[in-house]
Design a protein around this ligand. Structure first.
Ligand code: MN
Length: 235
């Protein structure tokens, strides 16, 4: 069947390359976990007490995705554009109210991601009780590596690190996640019917900071891969 006639060209379906496959993975939604490493929560001035708190999330549009290796403009309306290196879980099966013990069944694989952030705008929004969209939902602001198929595998440890122009700025381990991957899938699936193509950015460790036009970001997660981004001139 032909697609319906449309007034203008529809936006493309966002998709991500998959290691070893010709087919790309179409993307449904982008979920991001807020403060999920203790040392990062502390550097943001908002320590987490897991015994008294639940994880929280924000979303970005799939149209903000950009592939690893791209050069992107320094975005408008910020003086403090920050990197956040993150492990990304790729959902490959649907699930709603999933038990932690079954959470692995939803996992298709993993990627390395950067949750780019207009920190100045995010902090104004946070402190005024406003939505985070202007600080987080940024064109070219969701960087993603190729997806590594690891169906049913729960990643529990491995170094996560980020360099700016070859200098290490973030270095931690996946075993320091406050809410681990089983807990995140179980909790997020109480709010949403998770579906294939949902990406879950699992949070960033300490060491977040600004990046300038001309600088290069290179991140890695042990056992998964690498992600890179080149910051171009301001628009
Ligand atoms: Mn983040």
């Amino acid at each position: 069947m032909n697609p319906p006639a449309t007034l203008w060209t529809p936006p493309p379906v966002a998709s991500v390359a998959v290691r070893g496959l010709r087919e790309r993975a179409p993307v449904a939604r982008l979920f991001f976990v807020g403060r999920n490493y203790h040392a990062h929560a502390v550097e943001m001035g908002r320590p987490v007490d897991k015994s008294a708190e639940l994880p929280f999330y924000f979303t970005k549009s799939p149209s903000t995705l950009v592939e690893s290796g791209a050069t992107v403009p320094y975005p408008p309306r910020t003086q403090n554009y920050h990197y956040e290196m993150e492990l990304v879980v790729v959902v490959g099966k649907p699930g709603f109210r999933v038990a932690e013990a079954d959470a692995h069944e939803l996992i298709y694989g993993y990627a390395c991601g950067l949750d780019m952030t207009r920190r100045d705008l995010q902090l104004v929004a946070r402190d005024k009780g406003r939505p985070w969209d202007l600080g987080k939902d940024i064109e070219n602001g969701s960087v993603i590596s190729e997806i590594v198929p690891m169906p049913g595998v729960v990643v529990e440890r491995g170094e996560i690190a980020l360099e700016v122009d070859g200098q290490t700025r973030q270095r931690s381990d996946i075993d320091k996640l406050i809410w681990n991957i089983r807990e995140l899938i179980a909790d997020l699936s109480t709010y949403y019917h998770l579906q294939p193509g949902d990406l879950i950015y699992t949070g960033t460790p300490e060491g977040v900071g600004p990046v300038q036009p001309g600088q290069r970001l290179e991140g890695r997660v042990e056992g998964i891969g690498r992600v890179a981004l080149q910051i171009g001139a301001a628009e």
